[in-house]
Write a protein that binds this ligand. Structure first.
Ligand code: EPU
Length: 302
């Protein structure tokens, strides 16, 4: 989707929105897959409702891109513009045990910044790629930690009302890799309550998680993390591994040799390759174990 309407481009500039024409989602997603479109980078977060109103008025569809680490995007010319928020200079502000974090901030850097200020409780989230906003939306978790329990308040653009609202933690339902946010909601900022602890203790926890992750996950390859959610009481990775599917492929998409719930783009994988591999593995797991695996990765296609 290309925006060539000069009036609209002037309106973007007035709103402090940077318009980047013809970007490739291959360069904006950890899977390195996806077609081309325009990117609107929002620098003043209060201008988001007006930007979305303008796009709706022009009949331009949009998708909101966080860190791009958990999404599989279709190839070709995309029918939506991408909206992304630029993190502000100072992404985290601390007040006692609480951290006020811009949703566009990088999750790992936020965990480390808080640790350096003797605030822990998020050690398990180190190494989870993506933005704080993406982690919030999915209730990201690892090594026994989920972001949900730390959340005290979320500032969110609500698609239903077209305005920015502040929700209290108790108003949001956090479940395994699921939250009660509506699909069009956009995370703006979050207040987290953390655990005051000496840095040395926190960093020790961080090191342990880093080591576990390095030993079991293909961190330097193009992936979207785990492709499937774990079914209750089971591990999707273990089931796929038990079927002998490590290294199994469809075109340029391949089941990781290191962790079977990570599917790798070996360089030239298309979205269709990745979808074919997902469908094939899901079917084999269904036949063998009678379990219907649910995607954890978010798929953007028409
Ligand atoms: N296993 C295998 N073969 C594999 C992969 C795993 O046998 O190829 C076995 C492991 O040996 C272990 C069990 O399965 O006994 C569980 O494996 P692991 O500890 O790696 O955890 P997981 O259930 O596969 C989950 C999350 C990860 C998170 C880790 C660590 C999901 C879908 N995955 O993986 O999150 O990092 O625990 O807490 O919930 C993600 O969400 O993208 C993600 C990577």
């Amino acid at each position: 989707m290309r925006i060539e309407n000069t009036k609209l481009m002037e309106a973007f500039a007035d709103l402090g929105v940077e318009h980047r024409s013809g970007i490739s989602l291959r360069k904006h997603t950890s899977l390195g897959i996806g077609g081309d479109t325009d990117l609107l980078l929002v620098r003043r977060h209060r201008s988001l409702p007006e930007l979305l109103r303008l796009l709706a008025q022009e009949g331009i569809e949009h998708r909101f891109l966080g860190g791009g680490s958990n999404v599989l995007v279709m190839d070709g010319e995309l029918p939506w513009v991408m909206i992304q928020r630029a993190a502000k200079g100072e992404a985290v502000r601390l007040d006692g045990p609480c951290a006020f974090v811009d949703a566009a901030a990088d999750l790992g850097r936020t965990v480390t910044f808080c640790a350096k200020n003797n605030l822990g409780g998020m050690e398990g989230l180190i190494g989870v790629p993506g933005s704080v906003g993406g982690a919030l939306r999915m209730n990201a978790g690892a090594y026994g930690t989920q972001i949900g329990p730390c959340v005290r308040e979320v500032e969110v653009y609500r698609a239903a009302t077209g305005s920015i609202e502040t929700l209290r933690g108790q108003e949001i339902h956090f479940d395994y890799r699921h939250t009660s946010f509506a699909p069009g909601d956009i995370m703006m900022a979050v207040k987290l309550e953390l655990l005051p602890r000496p840095y040395a203790e926190i960093i020790q926890g961080i090191r342990v998680c880093n080591e576990k992750r390095r030993a079991s996950q293909p961190l330097n390859q193009k992936s979207a993390g785990c492709i499937f959610k774990n079914p209750p009481g089971a591990s999707a990775g273990r089931m796929i591994d038990e079927l002998g599917l490590k290294g199994h492929r469809a075109g340029g998409a391949c089941v990781s040799e290191r962790h079977a719930n990570f599917f790798i783009n070996q360089g030239s994988a298309s979205c269709a390759d990745m979808l074919a591999l997902i469908a094939d593995v899901r079917e084999r797991v269904r036949c063998q174990f009678g379990v219907e695996l649910e995607n954890e990765v978010v798929v953007w296609k028409t």
